[in-house]
Structures are given as C-alpha cells and as structure tokens.
Design a protein around this ligand. Sequence first.
Ligand code: K7E
Ligand code: RUQ
Ligand code: CUA
Length: 650
Amino acid sequence: MKNRFLKIATYSLAILGAWSCKPSADKTASSSFLAGDAAEKVYVKPGTHDEFYNIVSGGFNGQLSVVGLPSGRTLKIIPVFSQFAESGWGYSEETKPMLNTSHGFVPWDDSHHVALSTTKSEHDGRWAFINGNNTPRIARVSLSTFRTEEIIEIPNSGGNHSSPFVTANTEYAVAGTRFSVPPDNKADVPISSFKQNFKGYISFVSIDKTSGRMGIKFQLKTPGVSYDLARAGKGKSAGWFFFSTYNTEQANSLLEVNASQKDKDFILAVNWKKAEEYLAQGKGKKEPAKYAHNVYSEETHSATSTIINEVMTLDPKECPDLLYFMPCPKSPHGCDVDPTGQYIVGSGKLAAVIPVFSFDKMLKAIANKTYDGNFDGIPVLKYDAVLHGEVKKPGLGPLHTEFDGRGNAITSFFVSSELVKWNIEKLEVVDRVPTFYSVGHLSIPGGPTAKPWGKYVVAYNKITKDRYLPTGPELAQSAQLYDISGDKMKLLLDFPTIGEPHYAESIPASLIEKNNKKIFKLEENKHPYVAKGEKETKVVRKGKEVHVYMTSIRSHFSPDNIEGIKLGDVVYFHLTNLEQDWDVPHGFAVRGALNAEILVMPGETSTLKWVPTKVGVTPMYCTDFCSALHQEMQGYIRVSPAGSNVPLTW
Ligand code: K7E
Ligand code: RUQ
Ligand code: CUA
C-alpha cells in the first residue's frame, strides 16, 4: 500500500511539475499551526466527560476503539473480528460462533471503515457497522452495549473494501468488492481470464429497523473492476448509492503501468430504489453461494452461527436504468456526498484536481441520454454533463472528504500531507494545514451526515515518525485533532490510536449516553446454563462432558472446590455473575486453559471450556479486582487419572 502511494507520489510530481507544499518535518513548523490555547481546548477536567465519542476502526487488528474527543482518551476496545483475551471475546463458548465463516473459524480481519447508523441521514446513535476486508464480512455493533451483535459474511467477494456505508435511514449497508473475483460457484478459472470471468459483486445488506438484524437482500452483478469506497445519497439523492472504482482497465496485475493507463476511471451511480422495484417484479435470481450469518442474543448471552447456501442476484444486463458510470480522473479513492445530497466528491489519487459532480446534472444527463459510450454494457455519462466543477490544484494525492456544515468540505491529501478546506459552491480553496504525516482518512463529528456538528476534524495519519517516544521499529499510530470552528484550522492535539486508524466517525456523546445499557437483569437471563442463585449451582456429568453451573458474587465462587474430574473430560464452567451493581464484573481463569479467561458482566452467564491435560489439583480464580477480598476469590479443581473412581463432588 505504502509502496503504491510512493509510486503515485513520484508520478504525480512528474505530471504536475514542481509542487512545493510538502510541509517541513521540522517540529517548529507545527507550532505556527498550533492554536495558542490548544491545551485549554482539549482539557477535559477530571471527573467530567468528553463532548464527542470517536468510534475508530483498528485497521488490521480487526477491532474498534472508542475514544473521547476532544481529550483523545481511549475508553474502550471493542473486539469485532478478533479474539480478545481481556473479555474472553472469541474464547468463550458463547462468542466463538461470532467468528465462524464459510472457511471455518477466522478470528481476525482487516477492518477499514466505520459507519454509524442514521435516520434521515442524521446520526441516531444506535449502531456502528464495520467491514472485514479480508474474509469479506460486515459486523453490527450495538452502541448501547458497545458489543458486536452480528456478523454477516459476504459471498462472491474478495476484499470487502467499499463497505459498510449505510443509506439515509439505514435501510442497507453496502459491500462492494475491492478485488473482483470469479463467482464462488464458478471460481476455478485461469487468472488471465479476468475480463470474461471476474465480477465485482456489490451486496446490499438489509438492516431491520427495530432489531438491526442483517440479511443480504441482493447482490448486483457489476463489472469486474475494483470498488474502492462508497457513500449513499442524501435528501433528493437518497435513493442512490455512489461507488468509486479503479482498475477499469480490468488488469489482473495492478502494477502501476497496468492499472493507471486510463485517463479516467469511474464513479458508479446505483439506483437502489429501482433495484428494489426489479426485485419486487421477480427479476432477481437465486444463485448458489455459501456464507455464515452469526447473531448474538442479549437474552441468552450467546451467539448462533448459520450457514446460508444461496443469495439473490440482480443482473444489470436484464435490468436497465439501474447503473450509470460517471468518469472521474485517475484512480478515485474517496467518494463522498455533501450534506445536501447534491454534490458527489471524487478524489482521484493521481489527479491534479478534485472533481465535484452534481446530482441534478446527473439526472438530466440520464434523462437526455448524454452518454459517452458504455462500459461493459453500462452507460457512461459525459464528464462535462455531470460535473459541477473542479477544485484546481488543491494539493497532491486527495483521498477523503468530509463536510463542516458551513458550506465547506475538508479533503485529506496523502502525498502533500495536509488537510485542505474548500468551499463547495465556489470550488475555491480557503485554508490548508499540514498533518504529521501523510494523512489517510479524516473525521468531522457528523461529517458524512446531513447534519455535521463541525467544531473539530481528526486526521488519521499513516506515518508517525518523530511524534512520540520511539518504541522500537514499530511506532504508535497517530491521530491529530484540529479546531475548525474559526476561519483557520488549528492543530490542538496529537494522540496515539489502537491499531492502524482507517476511518472513524465522531458523534455527540448525548446521542449515545442516553441509550447506554448499564446492567443485564439477572431475572431476564435466558442462558440455558444459568444459575440464578447459589442454590441452583451444581455439577452435572454427561459422559465425558462435565457442566459446572457456577455463580460469582463478592467475593466467592460457588462451587469453589470440585473433585471427580478425570483426564479425558471436557469441562464447561458456566459462570453466572449474580451481581446487580453497575461496573462489578468478575473474571474467571483456570491454570493451563487454552481459551484465555472470561469476564462476566453483572447478570450475565459466560462459559469457559477447559480440557485438563494433567492429573492434579488446579487452581481457578477471579481475574478482575472486584472487592477488598478479590484476592480470596479462588478455588480448586481436582483432576484424577482416567480410570479413577473419585466421585464427583462440589
Ligand atoms: Cu485506508 Cu478507507 Cu481502506 Cu482511504 S482506505 S486512506
Ligand atoms: S495485585 S490490585 Cu494483583 Cu499486586 Cu494489587
Ligand atoms: Cu471477583 Cu475479583
């Protein structure tokens, strides 16, 4: 990735001639961009809360982190596509099914983008969606429990990058493939047959209004190019979705020479409302495809995984007026829609301008059939007919754009390492400020929505260099917070991030705090192995399986001494935390257990599977400091040889 951008850098410099706005790496340079009262502006008094939540993708750690703004304090890591020993996520029997896929258990992914749910294109504080790029998946995270509640795999995809951006009322999250691939059911083809056999399926994943439950409503069989990023329309364009594309040469080797031959790639406009009509008319076709759908239930505190074997597809060749291509200068990356829904901003990584498209002009060009031929059977609209205008010489390597709600856009520039603010109507640059260094995504609170809150922009930098104490060859990843409330953007703060920060969204704390779940009610616990009081605790043998119905309360486990376990047994500790006080979890660990530990929240049941490997007495204990007697919260398990007749007692 970095190599590719470096090549692009050289290339762009060549096409633009001498361009010299690369900020100096000299630290003194940053001070002039620093607000004089920066410290005061990011200071959140002890005991008080931040104004915004910043929900940040962890990149290739497959997780989300939750950060407070403006302080930059990390509040939580939410495991999504990962195993996380701190909470037992992906280790406990209840959560393991969440990481199931058609390939089996895949406890990792490469996450790029966060999408917060919206109603009428405004944040509603209900869910965060995040994509898995590697083993294509979309996850839904509850912003009430800050837990992953659902993961759906995407078939016919090889790199779920333009995802999981959502439509105005969160009707759909999308999944466009970055690597076109042959369809799953006809996948054994020569790589050189790219043009004939490779497809770029775009999935529309429906989201239930009440439960949030996801399902793949349909997949569009789109041409075999790379779908890089996407945004839904808003307001008048709310029935449309826009995707940036690259490799429209359809080359199977993306060395620079191959993939950037063309002067223009495309932004694909998808009329998804029309797609729904075609589906209603029965134009969809079910095709074989295997994928996993994993759902976590708050009632049973457990997940189930289902494998599904077919998917509904729509072929644009049989459904006219569904897709249109808009030419966009060289290798567009970001594709962003302004708060009104009128303007679509393409960011050509290799381009010397930022093209801004007009939705009204697009509709007109479609009505008048102002075409410039077609690509793979899909009409290409004339560039001049759909263009609102170009921002000239804005910087080098534009990637992503967000909006401040005051008529301005802010675009990140990777190569010239800066944020550039420009006026959307006038297409004029109004301010620029350096980033340290090489910014990728950026986030303004509400910036991708119809109602930006403005105030700050966070730059997520790809390179850190000298910003922090060095920690060996690998350095902390870096974000930077800027004040955008005035005419000039001012740097306020550097803060490290957990994992590579790709995209993030920021949302007023008030929209989330009001829905916050404080406690799971014990009486509502429907876990099949729950023990709702110490009287219900027991140890049950079923052949070689031993089930321990166990409870915890400050400061003891019940039972706390177990004998009669034999080598060859598989022991399941089903621990119910009887506490009904906020913020009193108990942890549970057994010596030598391969499944890490579990952390059980008040009112919840969680299961640690343990396969003893040695004869003897093994300690178990609480891992989370819970009271003055935490250190006393312990017990023993006696494991005897396979044939022994030690009776089961507790
Ligand atoms: Cu890093 Cu959104 Cu994957 Cu741009 S992408 S920088
Ligand atoms: S200890 S909370 Cu584990 Cu030394 Cu102190
Ligand atoms: Cu329970 Cu420590």
